[in-house]
Ligand binder design. Structure first.
Ligand code: NDP
Length: 245
């Protein structure tokens, strides 16, 4: 048997890149996609290939159904199918509720929630054929607790939790597990936008007294993708230094 195949959306940087390289180190072939960062995605591919596995990156805006269809066709053609799906791609468009435009609300929902739905649907068709699959959706502590200025993002991330639990119930008998990883404050481009004061504010309130790293999230994903996690489904694993405990 060849290596299992993992598709990680949004692997061009941040948490997605580290999930790709950690899964590559664990022996999975890696397919990833990016919206704009072609060069950065190719660097992720090189980093995965260094671990001795096959890796490819594809351009796909996951908020668009036609892009997702093409992405899965390309993955099938080049890898034969998918065993692991990690819905990692995500965006923020923060604003206070009264100022948030309908466009900003829908852009975030379309990428973070609809994009994950489209990928789960396409991947589960392939997984059902093999009677094996691992779906891991990257939500956020904000989807559990909410956050001022992030009504769109919180709604998308809370929606992911409900969707993933439903998938777990639909496909549990078919060998497919579906789980959620909910990161807290992780140091990436997404959080680098916050001021030093804001970062310090959060650091002081996190029980572990430090911000998280993409590697912390990737380790949880690697575990949930493994055979050892086969009896775990429909769960939310917070990787947040205790923020939500
Ligand atoms: P980054 O902003 O660093 O990276 C986002 C990734 O998503 C990029 O690879 C980007 O690709 C890709 N992406 C964005 N939009 C699309 C799209 N429409 N189609 C395809 N790919 C897209 O984010 P992080 O690494 O910080 O976050 C990764 C995930 O973790 C997100 O879902 C985020 O919500 C979640 N998360 C992050 C936390 C944090 O503290 N950083 C905390 C909690 C959750 P490209 O560069 O090509 O646009």
């Amino acid at each position: 048997m060849g290596n299992r195949v993992a598709l990680v959306t949004g692997g061009s940087r941040g948490i997605g890149r580290v999930i790709c390289t950690e899964l590559a180190a664990a022996g999975y072939d890696i397919a990833t996609c990016y919206a704009r960062g072609a060069e950065a995605a190719m660097e992720t591919v090189r980093m995965c290939e260094e671990k001795g596995v096959k890796a490819m990156a594809f351009a796909a805006d996951i908020s668009k159904a036609e892009d997702v269809t093409k992405l899965f066709e390309q993955v099938k053609e080049n890898f034969g199918g998918i065993d692991i799906l990690v819905n990692n791609a995500g965006i923020t468009k923060d604003d206070l509720m009264l100022r948030m435009t309908e466009e900003a609300f829908m852009q975030v929902i379309d990428t973070n929630l609809k994009g994950a739905f489209l990928c789960c649907k396409a991947a589960s068709k392939m997984m059902l054929r093999n009677k094996f699959g691992r779906i891991i959706n990257i939500s956020s502590v904000v989807g559990i607790s909410g956050n001022a200025g992030q009504a769109n993002y919180a709604a998308s991330k809370a929606g992911l939790i409900g969707m993933t639990k439903s998938i777990a119930k639909e496909f549990g008998a078919k060998g497919i597990t579906a789980n959620i990883v909910a990161p807290g404050f992780i140091q990436t481009d997404m959080t680098a936008e916050l001021s030093e004061d804001a970062q310090k504010y959060w650091e002081d309130r996190i029980p572990r007294k430090m911000l998280g790293k993409p590697e912390d999230v990737a380790a949880a994903v690697r575990f949930l993708a493994s055979d050892e996690a086969g009896y775990i489904t429909g769960q939310v694993l917070a990787v947040d230094g205790g923020m939500t405990c």
